[in-house]
Design a protein around this ligand. Structure first.
Ligand SMILES: [Zn+2]
Ligand SMILES: [Zn+2]
Length: 147
């Protein structure tokens, strides 16, 4: 695995925990996962891995740009391994996250690029109310929000 060499080159040890988190994201290329979800899945197979070590492994992999974290207010941090530019629209009522990858976002990323710098993340947070939750809202409030 090429990543093992990268770890070695950076003077980092490829520990069992780090490997387990990498494998987790290898198996879960889509979606957003809380630390708890990652920990629970990994600890099913690896009984001796602690929550803290998974937390630290995620932090490190984020630093290396291998995964990204998304955090919305009042919610736990979620990690994802989908590195293609995309936006997260979060419904404030039910918490659902909708992903969109508009063409202009790729353009924006190109514009943000500076020489000799590799961007691993940038954050645009969009909050609102999803379709299902809107249906439960009074029409006059919806109209106000739309303008
Ligand atoms: Zn909703
Ligand atoms: Zn995402």
């Amino acid at each position: 695995m090429e990543i093992k060499k990268t770890f070695k080159d950076l003077g980092l040890r490829m520990s069992k925990q780090r490997m387990a988190v990498l494998e987790f994201f290898e198996e879960n290329k889509e979606g957003h996962f809380s630390l708890n979800e990652i920990y629970e899945k990994i600890s099913q197979k690896n009984k001796n891995i602690s929550f803290t070590s998974i937390y630290r492994a995620c932090k490190l992999l984020e630093k290396l740009g291998l995964i990204r974290h998304i955090s919305f207010e009042e919610r736990h941090i979620h990690y994802e391994s989908n590195l293609t530019p995309h936006l997260h629209y979060q419904c404030l009522i039910c918490g659902k996250i909708i992903e969109e990858s508009p063409e202009w976002l790729r353009e924006l990323k190109k514009k943000l690029d500076i020489k000799d710098f590799l961007i691993t993340s940038y954050r645009i947070q969009i909050h609102g109310i999803c379709k299902e939750c809107q249906d439960k809202y009074p029409e006059d409030i919806r109209r106000k929000l739309r303008t």
